[in-house]
Design a protein around this ligand. Sequence first.
Ligand code: SF4
Ligand code: SF4
Length: 354
Amino acid sequence: MGLTKAQIKEFGLAAGLDLIGVANIERFRDAPTRMHPASILPEAKSVIVVGKRILRGGWRGIEEGTYWPSYTYFDYHGLLNSFFIQYPLYELACFLEDHGWEAVPYYSGVPETQPPTEPLRRGGVAPNVHLAIRIAGVAAGVGEMGWSKVFLTKRFGPRQRLHAIITDMPLEPDPLVEPQSICTRCMECVRGCPGAIPHINEGKTISIKIEDRVYEWADINLGRCCLMYHGGDPRLSPFLHKDFPGWSFDVTEQEVSEEAAYKFCWPLSTMPWRKTEEFPSGYIVEGHALLARWGIGEKEGSSYGVGGSRGCMRSCFNYLEKNGLIEQTFQGGEFIKRDRWLLPSKAEKKQVES
Ligand code: SF4
Ligand code: SF4
């Protein structure tokens, strides 16, 4: 008997994955060619989307305002995205190829960084092709899109990373998760976010259709989200307060693209600067630079997380857990146990020293 979907799932879960779902290639019918799995593997019949949880405890230090490295190093872009999920994914791809099916391990990078370029074959698709991994996750029945644009599952809420295997093996697709069967439109993500997620009343939405289901989510202000997340927002970074005393920057007034926001945050957070008596560290923002250097950071071009997804992750899973809407809950009760902190937009050194 040939390899079955049940055996694939059993192998993947035993190898260390937490979530596995299958989409047939037909579910990508409306995907743009530069985001289509068949642009990578033209014979693709199925996309196996895999997930591994993000530890709830990875955010604890940021929630308390006391400790940043765990989230960057283990949970955000560090070991979870680069190793913990990749190892079982690769083993699963080997398992498929042992049974005679080609298996493309897909690393879910950042699609917006695709360079403008020409196709290598006349009439072909230009490199680099990237899947929209969350939409692939929806197509594979792993979960749905939350209002926050974060991918939600019944097991962990927003707490997982996704990657995929594109294969020429024909597989029966898993049932789609019904739209809004996990996300209740509670708007806790909007209340917790420092200003990038529009409220449902603003009517700013994006939607897609897979088979006869329509999935809709908020049209996030990605420029502001990037500034808040990657260290451009004094309200979320005590490190900015230390290295830019007296500086004032209200992110909620910025109307910049995501790329412009990256261009602002990355050098600010990772580049060296001359050592002076006032700023002896040798970095523009020492705390951000050292965060990006933790573990596999600096030389690997690792990303770093300063904002710690205050609304779209922490507020969301706190709400879903508290109301029994997701499966994984915790014996110690709610995640958010104390008053939440936000610093002023004007960086004043005494705020950090007090
Ligand atoms: S907090 Fe989570 S469940 Fe509530 S609206 Fe936002 S994404 Fe949906
Ligand atoms: S990462 Fe932060 S700024 Fe971006 S949507 Fe989530 S809570 Fe809002």
